[in-house]
Design a protein around this ligand. Structure first.
Ligand code: ASP
Ligand code: MG
Length: 420
């Protein structure tokens, strides 16, 4: 018997019929003797609707009231699922964040979980009751206000609850049946990974494969919580109940790299199309210039990704190229113009038609030549590289957005990831 946290995302609970389907997944686990806590998202589209109502009411709204409104989506799903579970003979009750309580920081709209008291839920799991818990929300204890964790935050709720309950596994049910070597819509030969390490998953999550919220992976890694990604659209009765000795039979397990016996050198190719490139031309080359450029951007909360500094032939100036999220480009340009006095004279060039392609794999730590292979494969297709960054387990290149899909397909096959 195991303690299992099951998390269901918005598309899995989009209507009553799907909530019934979720109830059957839960019943399968309960019938097998597993103790179950379920974490739910709002029904598909509901959070977006709530957010747009808040904005329509007032663009300059009180963040605490924003949270009071947008947290309701999860409350509806939790109640509906508890009712549905009861109707098929299970003992179940819904829990909102404040009832447990799940305490958070006061950063409304982007709060972090600071604590979860799992004692009462554990006690009730022992009696066979299923706990249905709202994802995405908690309570900020100082002011006694509901706080939400940021979009996609239910994944983080699920992992945090799994940690607090000392669950054996945190099963994240979504609309895909696992984590793939790349986006199957671009590469039909993409393969499901049976296992992926926390580190690789972090790179993939932050690089645009949207299966798990990045923070949920960080939390799982820190606490060594085993996370599994599964599809709620697989027929509930066609799946085996979670068994700790046979987790691998289905979905993708996100776990410690030591648990991955046969690791590939490269395990996935990720891409981000929504990138923008900015070049400051002929900035004076002297100490402090980088800080005068990137300081104001950081103050404006603009996330800078790749940075390349190159010296111009006169030796007195430098060209500074960097990337930001495409949607941040207008703000970036404004911020730089405003900081022109401190930075000094420069010309500026920018382009939003760029994409970042990344090759990810823990095997890179111990294998040479991964980058060289990437560059020659792209060159063979005539794809020009605009910028390069690397980490211990990742190489990213910036290219013209028009070639993004060709690059992903090429690299997927060059690193031997194509399914037969
Ligand atoms: N309902 C919230 C959102 O759409 C949280 C989540 O689904 O993870 O962002
Ligand atoms: Mg999600």
């Amino acid at each position: 018997m195991a303690v299992v946290v099951m998390k269901f995302g918005g598309t899995s609970v989009a209507n009553i019929e799907r909530i019934r389907n979720v109830a059957r997944h839960v019943k399968r686990e309960a019938d097998a003797g597993n103790q179950v806590a379920v974490v739910v998202s709002a029904m598909a589209g509901v959070t977006n609707q709530l957010v747009s109502w808040v904005r329509e009411a007032s663009l300059l709204h009180d963040a605490r009231e924003y949270d009071a409104v947008v947290a309701t989506g999860e409350q509806v799903t939790a109640g509906l699922l508890a009712i549905t579970l009861q109707s098929i003979g299970l003992q179940a009750r819904s829990w909102q964040g404040w009832q447990i309580p799940i305490t958070t920081t006061p950063a409304h709209g982007a709060a972090r979980i600071t604590g979860i008291d799992g004692a009462e839920i554990r006690r009730r799991l022992d009696t066979g009751e299923v706990a249905v818990i709202t994802g995405f929300q908690g309570i900020e204890p100082d002011r006694n206000r509901i706080a939400t964790l940021g979009r996609g935050g239910s994944d983080t709720s699920a992992v945090a609850i799994a940690v607090a309950l000392k669950a054996d596994v945190c099963d994240i049910y979504t609309d895909v049946d696992g984590v793939y070597t790349t986006d199957p819509r671009i590469v039909p030969k993409a393969r499901r990974l049976p296992k992926v390490s926390y580190e690789e998953m972090l790179e993939m999550a932050s690089l645009g494969s949207k299966v798990l919220q990045t923070r949920s992976v960080e939390l799982a890694m820190v606490n060594r919580m085993t996370v599994r990604v599964l599809s709620s659209f697989t027929a509930p009765e066609a799946m085996e109940p979670a068994r700790m000795d046979r987790l691998e039979d289905i979905g993708t397990i996100v776990c410690d790299e030591d648990e991955i016996v046969e690791s590939q050198v490269v395990s996935g190719i990720a891409y981000v199309k929504d990138e923008a490139k900015v070049t400051l031309i002929k900035v004076e080359d002297k100490p402090g210039v980088a800080s005068r450029i990137f300081g104001p951007l950081a103050d404006a909360n603009i996330n800078v990704d790749m940075i390349i500094q190159s010296v111009t032939p006169d030796g007195m100036h430098t060209d500074m190229t960097f990337t930001v999220q495409g949607s941040e480009l207008p703000r970036t340009l404004e911020t730089l113009k405003a900081a022109k006095k401190e930075i000094g004279d420069f010309e500026i060039q920018s382009s939003a038609d760029v994409a970042k392609i990344s090759v990810i794999g823990i095997g890179m730590r111990s294998h040479a030549g991964v980058a060289a292979k990437m560059f020659s494969a792209l060159a063979a297709k005539g794809i020009n590289i605009l910028a390069i960054t690397t980490s211990e387990i990742k190489i990213s290149v910036l290219i013209d957005a028009a070639y993004a899909e060709l690059a992903v397909r090429t690299l997927h096959s060059v690193y031997g990831l194509d399914a037969d």
